[in-house]
Design a protein around this ligand. Sequence first.
Ligand SMILES: [Zn+2]
Length: 179
Amino acid sequence: MTGATKPLNPRGTKYERVDFPVFEFPVVGKARYNYTTGEALGRFLAGLKEGRILGTYCNKCGRVFVPPRMYCSYCFREVDGWVEAKDEGVVVTAVMSYISATRARLEKPVAVGVIKLDIPGRQFDDHFFPGIMHYICGATEEDVKSMRIFGAKVKAKWKPYEQRTGSITDIECFELVRP
Ligand SMILES: [Zn+2]
């Protein structure tokens, strides 16, 4: 990987409390719709149902995409193939959030973070890595405040097979692996 511009502080900034308004929407009824996933996302979601995290790779720049893409948007070319990520990795950044995925205010905060996934046989620097955002369970507010969560090992906690639907929520969260 050459020519990459690294962020000055790839580990993020110190945790601080920020108050900001939460927009709550009135209930406007249910909208039902279908969405075509396409080949890459379709295989990714089908993989989750089987307990596998799939990605694609570009040989030119070395990037691995999770969730997968069919084209490398850095090299403007088709990707070269598929890889399977391990269902474990390290936390790159995390926050404690008082807002749910549906924007409701939560009584108890949840830890949400970006997880750099391990790909067997490949190494990635701190900036260009295959990673996904997910809930981190087992993390305390103190883990986040003290920033000791950065770099912590996590492993996917999968739903039981019969409850999986081919969704990112087939992984309930990434659990902290305490040493
Ligand atoms: Zn590329």
